[in-house]
Ligand binder design. Structure first.
Ligand SMILES: O=C[C@H](O)COP(=O)(O)O
Length: 231
């Protein structure tokens, strides 16, 4: 069954989505880009207050340089989050980053690679990520002004991404400016989770979460939305 990931920026938002039944609470600073990081101390504080829901956190929109990504991933893992999300941005030394992160994975850190649908990622990297010990891979969008993941990628590509991640035993997520109308078509692809921020804030991801919007999306992901619910 597909779960729901909600990206939150504060403890109050984390508590709101926890009470709304969200499956994965994702800590990020939406004001700092697609994968903006919260301060480590804030992540520690929030993690300490949450009871029984897996927590992920992003390390920031970092250049693909091992000397930058590896210490950031190590520091985020030390906060106690369940998953550390690493954005695979264009350029840099991607192979070196994956090689370095494999050491973290071997120590039991659960890493999730975030690939960007608007960068037309090669699915061949999924095998490399699995071999390096990553726990999961997800698609997101890097440019939040260019529309949703489903506008960046045809559903056939999304279907192939889900199949490839599953074939390599990775947790699979789809996200990227998803809206209520995207839920049903994406549930049909059966990813492990769908991720949201913008749709939970009434459209602007740097606004605060709207409890009604969180419930609306949560019900749709769980298949309890009444027909004709406002998208
Ligand atoms: O991981 C989740 C995504 O970053 C959600 O953010 P978005 O819906 O604003 O694209």
């Amino acid at each position: 069954m597909t779960g729901m990931l909600a990206s939150v920026a504060t403890l109050a938002e984390a508590r709101l989505v926890e009470e709304s039944g969200v499956d994965i609470i994702d800590l990020k600073n939406p004001a700092e880009g697609a994968l903006g990081a919260l301060p480590l101390a804030e992540v520690v504080r929030i993690v300490g207050q949450l009871k029984d829901r897996p927590v992920s956190a992003t390390v920031g929109d970092l250049p693909m340089q091992p000397e930058i990504v590896l210490p950031a991933a190590e520091a985020m893992a030390a906060t106690g989050v369940d998953y550390v999300k690493i954005g695979f941005f264009p350029g840099g030394d991607r192979a070196g980053v994956i090689r370095g992160l494999s050491a973290l994975a071997r120590r039991g850190v659960r890493l999730v690679a975030v690939l960007f649908g608007d960068d037309a990622p090669e699915l061949g990297c999924i095998e490399e990520l699995a071999a390096a010990g990553f726990a999961g891979a997800m698609l997101d969008t890097r440019d939040k002004k260019k529309g949703s993941l489903r506008q960046a990628c045809p559903d056939d590509f999304l279907r192939a991404f889900v199949a490839e991640t599953r074939a390599h035993g990775l947790l699979c997520g789809l996200a990227g400016s998803l809206r209520a109308a995207d839920v049903a078509p994406l549930l049909a692809l059966q990813p492990d989770y769908l991720g949201f921020r913008g749709a939970l804030c009434g459209g602007n991801r740097t606004d605060a979460l709207d409890p009604e919007a969180v419930l609306n999306i949560s019900r749709r992901v769980r298949g309890r939305a009444s027909p004709g619910t406002v998208a």
